[in-house]
Design a protein around this ligand. Structure first.
Ligand code: F6P
Length: 341
C-alpha cells in the first residue's frame, strides 16, 4: 500500500513523533509512505515527498512538522474538493492519514462520507478540545511551557508588588489556562466556558492585598470573555472561518490597574506554547497514535480516528470526534475556584 500522511492546522509538539510512528510501522509491515506537504494544500497541488526510514531518523525531539502545515480548507470551493479526490487517485495513494484538529479532521470525515476516500484521523491540538480521546498530543507540552512561564512570573511579580496577567492559548476551550493555572498556582483563571466579571477579578486582587499578598497572578485564556465579544487581534478570518484572537489579557490588565490602582503587566505567551521539543508524554503518545493509524489503514478500518482511552489506544468514528468540542466542565472549574484568591 502507498499510505499518504498530512499534517493540517496549527503545528503542535508531537507531530514528528506521529509521523515517525506512521513510517516505522508502515515500513515494518511492507508498505510505503508518502508525505503530503502543507496539509490539504499538498493534496490540491500534488505536493509530496517520500518518507523512508532515513527521513524520520532523529525527528522525535523536534518540534513542528517535517511535512509542513497550513490552514487550507478544500471544502471552501467545490472545485478544490474535486481536485483533492482526483489527485488522490493520480498520486497513487491507497489511504490517507490526516493529523489535525477539528478542522482538518472535519475535512477527512467529509471526504470519507462524501467520496468514500479511505481516510484515518489522528487527533492533534495543544488546546486539547477534541472529543472522544482522553487527550490530544501537544497539550502536555503546552501546559508545561505555560506552567514554567507562570512560575517565572511569580518571582518578578512578587519582587515588584505587581499584578501579572498572562494570556494563554485556548480558542473555545480553556484547558491550557485551567491546567497550567492550577499547576502554577494562579490566583484567578478565566476561561471561555465560564463568562467572568471584571469585578470578580478585582475582588480577588484586593482580597490578596488585604491579606498582605502584594502580588497576584491572573491566567486568561485567549477565548475568555468579560461579557462582550471575543477580544480579537484582527477581524480577518482564516479558511475555516476563525478570527485571530488575542487582547483579552490587555483588557483585563487595564481594568484591574484602573480599578485597584495596583501596577499591572501583561504577558501574551502566544506561539511559544506550540514551539520546540515535545515532552516525553507527547512523544510516546504521538508514536502510539502513528502506529495505530497504520494498523487501521491495513485493516481497512477507514473513517476512524485514533484515540487514547486510559492506557489504551483505540479507534472511534471520525464523525463522533468532530461532532462537538470537548470543553472544561463546570465541575472542574469549581474545583479550580477553590484555589482562587
Ligand atoms: O488551534 C490551536 C491554536 O493554538 C489556538 O489556541 C489559537 O487560537 C490558534 O491555534 C492560533 O494559531 P495561528 O496563529 O497559527 O493561526
Amino acid at each position: 500500500m502507498n499510505i499518504g500522511v498530512l499534517t493540517g492546522g496549527g503545528d503542535c509538539p508531537g507531530l514528528n513523533p506521529v509521523i515517525n510512528g506512521v513510517v516505522r510501522n508502515a515500513l515494518k509491515q511492507g508498505h510505503q509512505v508518502t508525505g503530503v506537504l502543507r496539509g490539504w494544500q499538498g493534496m490540491i497541488e500534488k505536493s509530496t515527498r517520500p518518507l523512508d526510514r532515513n527521513s524520520v531518523s532523529g525527528i522525535l525531539p523536534r518540534g513542528g512538522t517535517i511535512i509542513h502545515t497550513s490552514r487550507t480548507n478544500p471544502y471552501k470551493d467545490p472545485a478544490l474538493i474535486d481536485k483533492v479526490v482526483k489527485n488522490f487517485k493520480e498520486m497513487g495513494l491507497d489511504a490517507l492519514i490526516a493529523i489535525g484538529g477539528d478542522d482538518t479532521l472535519g475535512v477527512a470525515n467529509k471526504l470519507y462520507k462524501d467520496f468514500k476516500l479511505p481516510t484515518v484521523g489522528v487527533p492533534k491540538t495543544i488546546d486539547n478540545d477534541l472529543s472522544g480521546t482522553d487527550c490530544t498530543f501537544g497539550f502536555d507540552t503546552a501546559i508545561n511551557i505555560a506552567t514554567d512561564a507562570i512560575d517565572r512570573l511569580h518571582s518578578t511579580a512578587e519582587s515588584h508588588d505587581r499584578v501579572m496577567v498572562i494570556e494563554l492559548m485556548g480558542r473555545h476551550a480553556g484547558w491550557i489556562a485551567l491546567e497550567a493555572g492550577l499547576a502554577g498556582g494562579a490566583d484567578m483563571i478565566l476561561i471561555p466556558e465560564q463568562e467572568a466579571k471584571i469585578d470578580d477579578v478585582v475582588a480577588v486582587v484586593k482580597k490578596r492585598h488585604d491579606m498582605g499578598k502584594n502580588f497576584s497572578i491572573i491566567v486568561v485564556a485567549e477565548g475568555a470573555t468579560l461579557g462582550d465579544d471575543f477580544a480579537t487581534v484582527s477581524e480577518e478570518k482564516d479558511a475555516f472561518g476563525h478570527v485571530r484572537l488575542g487582547g483579552i489579557g490587555n483588557t483585563v490588565a487595564r481594568e484591574v490597574e484602573k480599578r485597584t490602582g495596583f501596577e499591572t503587566r501583561v504577558t501574551v505567551l502566544g506561539h511559544v506554547q506550540r514551539g520546540g521539543t515535545p515532552t516525553a508524554f507527547d512523544r510516546v503518545l504521538g508514536l502510539r497514535f502513528g502506529v495505530k493509524a497504520v494498523d487501521l489503514v491495513i485493516e481497512k478500518n477507514f473513517g476512524q480516528m485514533v484515540a487514547k482511552r486510559g492506557n489504551d489506544i483505540v479507534s472511534i468514528p471520525l464523525e463522533e470526534a468532530v461532532a462537538k468540542l470537548k470543553t472544561v466542565t463546570p465541575e472542574y472549574y469549581e474545583t479550580a475556584k477553590i484555589f482562587f484568591g
